[in-house]
Design a protein around this ligand. Sequence first.
Ligand code: XMP
Length: 538
Amino acid sequence: MTELAAPEPAVEQRIVTPAATPTEEIVVLDYGGQYSQLIARRVRDCGVFSELLPHHVPLEEIARRKPRGIILSGGPASVYAEGAPPLDRGLLELGVPVMGICYGMQLLVHTLGGRVEQAEVGEFGRSDLLVSDPGVLLREMPKEQTCWMSHRDTVYEAPPGFKALASSSSSPVAAVEDAERQIYGIQFHPEVVHTPYGQEILTRFLTEVCGCEPTWSAASIVEEQVRRIREQVGEGSVICGLSGGVDSSVAALLVHRAIGEQLTCVFVDHGLMRKDEGEQVVKTFRDTFKVPLVAVDAETRFLDKLKGVTEPEAKRKAIGAEFIRVFEEEAAKLAGASGGENARFLVQGTLYSDVIESGGGTGAATIKSHHNVGGLPDDLQFELVEPLRALFKDEVRAVGAELGLPERLVWRQPFPGPGLAIRVVGGEATKERLDVLREADHILQEEIRKAGLYRELWQSFCVLPDVRTVGVQGDERTYGYVVVVRAVTSDDAMTADWARLPYDLLETIASRMINELREVNRVVLDITSKPPGTIEWE
Ligand code: XMP
C-alpha cells in the first residue's frame, strides 16, 4: 500500500500456540497489512479455525501445524523495496494450497516469474472487477462485481503456468490461479465487507481448494475447551477473579462447565461499579449458574485508599494495588479453608487479540499498564488457565451465548477496571460524587437501551467533573453538578468517533437527569473524537 517494507516483530514473541487448536487449521501469514486480523476472523466465520502468524515464522513451525491451507496477507511493502518481506519458496513445497491477497499475491507473482510493476497511481477503495475466466476461485459468481482495492504496485502478467482470472480498470491482472499447483492470488480484499463476494471467495478457497469442513463453532469451542481444561487442571483447585465483564464471565463459565466445584470465583466489589452491577454478577453466577463465588464488599477499603487522591494515574495505582491485596487475602482464605492446599490455577480471560498485540505466547499473562485493575501481577504462584486465548471478542460473545450467559452480560460494553473512580474527574472520588455519577449513568444506560442503541455504541457513559454551575429550578437558584454525556463508536478503542445520538434522545436524557437528580442542574455532550481525545476523561 505504501512503498515501505513492513517492520518485523521478533518471531519467537509472535508465535502462539493457542489453547484450542482444532484438527483443521488455516495459517494466515501476516505481512503487516491493516486487514490481517480480519482475514483470520473471516476464515473462522466460515467455520474453519485460523491462526495469524508473522510472515517470517520458520517454515518448520508452519509445517508442524499441518495446515490445510496458507493465506499470505496484504502488507505495506512494495516487492521492489529494499528489505521487503520475501516469500520462502519452501512454503510452496509443503503440499498445501496457498493463496496470496494483495501484497501476498504480488509476492507470489513476482517470485514465480510474473510481472509486477510500480504504478504511477494506486487503486484505493471500491473498484469494478471484470471476470474473464472464473477458474475455481470465482466460479458461479457474477462476471462483473464490486471489490475493494488498496494497492500501488500492480500485476501486469501472471507467472508461467498461471491463468489470469479477472481485471479491474487499474489492475490488468486482479486474480490468478494455478489449480494444478494449488496456488492462488487475488489483488483485492475479500475480507472486507465492501467486497460483496469476498466471503464466498474465501469459502470457495477453504472448502473446495483446501477441503476444510466447517466445524469451528461456539459449540465446538466449548466442547474442546472443556476437554482441555480438564486435562490441564486434573483434580486441582482453581480460582478466578470475576469482574462482571464479558471476558472474565465467559472464562469462568467455561471453567465451571469443565470442573464444576473445583472452581471458586472471587468477585471484588470495589464500590466503583455501576448501579446494581455487583448484585447482578452475584445473582447470575451464584444463583443461576451455581458457581461457588466469594463476593467481597470492599467499598470502604477502596474509598479509604482514594481519600485525597486526585491525580488520574495515582487513582489507578491506588485501586490496582488494593485490588491485588484483597484478591490475595481471599486466595489465602480459600487455601486455609481447603486444608492449606493453595489453589494452583488461576483463570485469566486473555483474548487472541491481546496475544497478537502483546507479542506474548509463553503462557505469561500480559496486562497493559492501564488495564491493570482486575489483572494480577505475574509473580503470583499460579499456573494460568486461559480458555479464551485463541478467541476473538465476537467468538467470546458467541461462546457466552452458547453457555447461556444472559444477553446483558454477553453484550456488556467495555468498562474500565478502576470503574467510576476515573469518571469522577478533576478531584477526589468521594462516595457522594460516585453516587451522583452512578445515578446519572443509570439513566443514560436505561435510555440508550430503550432507544435500541446499546450494542451499536462501543461505550456510553457519564463523567462528573469537579465543577458546579448556577441554574434556576422552580424559581430558585441552584448550584449543582454538570454531567457530561460521552458516547462513542469504535472497533477497537484505538480510535473512536463521538456518536451522533438523536436530539430527542439527548433531550430525554438531559431532562431525566436534571429532574430526577437533585444534585445535577446541567448536562453537556462530549463531541471529541479519539484522537485527539481519549475515550475516558482520565
Ligand atoms: P482511552 O481512555 O485510553 O480508553 O481512550 C481506551 C479503552 O480502554 C478503557 N480503559 C481502561 N480499561 N483499565 C481498564 O481496564 C483502565 O485503567 C482503563 N483506562 C481506559 C476505556 O474504557 C476504553 O474502552
